[in-house]
Each structure stands twice: as C-alpha cells, then as structure tokens.
Design a protein around this ligand. Sequence first.
Ligand code: SF4
Ligand code: SF4
Length: 445
Amino acid sequence: MSTFGIKILQKGRNKMWSVVIGFSGFLMLVAATYDLLPVGLFILVISLTLISCGIILYAYEAYRDVPEGIKNNHNFFNSLSSRGWLGWLTGMVLTGFYILLYWFPEYLGQGDKSNTGLVAFFDPLSQLLKKQNASQWFVYGVLYTLAILIMGVKFIWKYKHSKYQLIRTLSVIFFQLAFAFLIPEFMLRLNMPYNDFKNMWPLNYYFFDGWHLQEMMQNGNIGWLMLIWGVLMIVVVSPVLTYFFGKRWYCSWVCGCGGLAETAGDPFRHLSDKSIAAWKVERYLIYSVLVFSVVMTAGVLYSFYSGISSIAGVNTASLRSIYGFLIGSAFSGVIGVGFYPLLGSRVWCRFGCPMAAILGIQQKFFSRFRITTNGGQCISCGNCSTYCEMGIDVRAYAQKGQDIVRASCVGCGVCSAVCPRGVLRLENGSIDIFDRGKKGRNFSQ
Ligand code: SF4
Ligand code: SF4
C-alpha cells in the first residue's frame, strides 16, 4: 500500500478512536441523568474530559496536514450537516434538552432541597466554585461554555490560515469563559448578585425587571456599578463601538449566542435560507420582536415606578411572562439552538434577537463597517453566499462590485475566508457613511 493510503487508513482509525472516547464521556453524562453513576468531582471531570478530548482529537485528525484554505468537503453529503437522519436526530435531542431545561428541570434532577440525576452530577463542581449546589442553569452554563471552548478549538484548526478567524474565535472563547461563566460564578461565591457584564438589554430582557433593579440597588456600590454599567453599555459603549466596527464587535466577537453559533454551529452555517422570502420574514419578525421587547420593558418600568400593574387593561407582569416564554425561552433557546441542524446556526440572531435588530439599524445607517467587493475578480462560484450564516446573497453584491451594507451581516468574515479569489474585504472605512449604501463601487468601469 502507498504511503498516502497508509496515512488515510491511520487517519480513519484515529478518528474512530476519538469518536469512541468522546461518546464514552457522553454516555457517562446520560448514565448520570438516570442516577447510574456515583456523584463526585473526579468522575464528572473524567466524563467532561473524555468528551472534550474526543472532539479535539477528531478535529485534529480532520484538519492536520490540510493545505492552506478552508475545506468544507462532503458538507452536503454528510448526514449531520445536510439535514440527514443524524441532523434530525441531533435537532430532536437538542430541542428535547432545551424543553426540559426551561420547563421541566425536575427531569434533569433539579430539586427543591437536594438534586438528583444530571444536576446532582454537577453539584461537586458548583460547590467548588460557589459553595452552593448546582441548578439546571449551572449545568447549562458549564456545558455551554465547554461547547464554545472545544468547538472553538475545532474552528481554529479549520480556519487556521485566517488571522481574523483566529482572533475572533479566541475573543468569543474568552468572553464566554471569563465574563459569562467564571466572573458571575465567583460573584455568587462572594455573596454578590449574579451579573454578566457583557450581556445588555434588550438581549438581557430582565435587566429592567423590578426584582432585578431592586437587587442591584440594594447591593451597595457593586450593585450600582452593575446598574450604571448596564445603562452605559446600551447608550454609549454599544453605539460607539458599532459606529467604528459594525455589529460584529458584539455579534461575532463578544456575544454568547453568537459564540455558540460560530463554533458549535459552524457545521450548519450553509443551511441558512438565502431566498428573498426568508429575507422578508427576517425583517418583519426581528423588528416585531424589537417592538415587543420595547413595549414590554416600558410597561414593566412603568409598573415598577408607579406601582400600577396595568396599562390600558394590559397587565404588565403578564406581558413580561409572555415575552419570557415566547422570546426568552422558546425562540432563543429551543428554536435558536435546537434547530441548528435544520435551519442553520443563526436562526435566533437573524430572525429573533432584538439586540441584533438595534445593532443592525445602527450598522446600516450609522456605521463605518462594510464589506468591499472587487467585482472584476469574482468567478461566481457562490462559496460566499453558501456559507453566509445570515442568508445574505453575497455573490449578488460581488458580481456587481457593490459594497455590502446589510443590517443583518454579523461580520463573521467567513464569506471572505472561503472566497477563492480574494474578492471580499471587511473594512471600517472612512467614506461618507450616508452615501455608501446607495453607491456601488464598480471596478469594471
Ligand atoms: S466566493 Fe468569491 S469568487 Fe466566489 S462568488 Fe463569492 S465573491 Fe465571487
Ligand atoms: S455577509 Fe459575510 S461577514 Fe456578513 S454575515 Fe454573511 S458571511 Fe458573515
């Protein structure tokens, strides 16, 4: 057998072993859910390490020795990434997990006084970090962070020749690990209120809830710092950064939802619908959610300060509950992540996130960010449109040599990374921002 043949064989064998390793860790989690494993930090660490090592080894085998360039080979033939049976199964498992997490946590083992099952399995780690038993949200936080970490490593291997992708991925890993997980957990250990300093309203839809405002105001300097920082993020930090860098500073570099979509969701990015009809639905839906969130927040604030529970016969607490159920849980969690293998990785960001809607408006009308296109070089291969997770028909702009200024673009840069001709560039230009959306740059003239 040739050396090449032996290499392929070895690769296949190593990949198989990595699947066995990862799957045994996953089986341990499943066994823990049914109380079939003893609770202990050691055994939890073994389970999570096996899962991590399995995925990382698989990615290493898949992307080592690969020549420069992004490889998406077999994407449309792989059952997982092409809505085959494996894709549907993964979608159902994820959706089921989210339904239990939001509405039936007792089936995961969440108890009033003590935990059982999966939640109890995480008790030792929770005790170590914050001296409290775990909750279903702690379990979710650990798994979510781990998913971004290990799938982030996979992403870095896949896109290793793109400096932009490398830095961007390290950024989302850092913000998830430090800001969304470790800092809030240590704050709880120190008897401070839980706070994710990078999560702002309206994505953080409970920020202006009465109980949350009270909690912040009753916690002295640190509480007031949280309150002031939260408001500053909305009115100063976010608009200024979006002016200079577009919505990518948040959606692709900082946000946890974006972080998961970019790492764990990467194998599904091509499943986003590119049709004009989807673009229409996107605009109606995302701005409707934004209006809903503004009305709901205004109602909640009105009730908090006036003590009156209804406006025009509408109970503001009920409005808040409906928003939490429909948008906060069903849309962002169950559909947003559960449907990755069916509708692509950015369903929530594209159709539902009110934060993305606000950043999108700023990006379209008041930002220097754009993707410039060198139309003369475009060979119309369509790679850019295929792998745009936001369903933008990038090729149509490239063919015309027109700058791309779209509210939905999260600036992930993957269109540019997969372009074989170097047609697309992400830029924070200084040209007249009010003009550039109307005028295309035509290199053929
Ligand atoms: S990937 Fe590049 S060459 Fe291919 S259609 Fe898009 S812009 Fe044109
Ligand atoms: S247009 Fe390019 S940078 Fe923008 S979301 Fe699509 S793939 Fe990402």
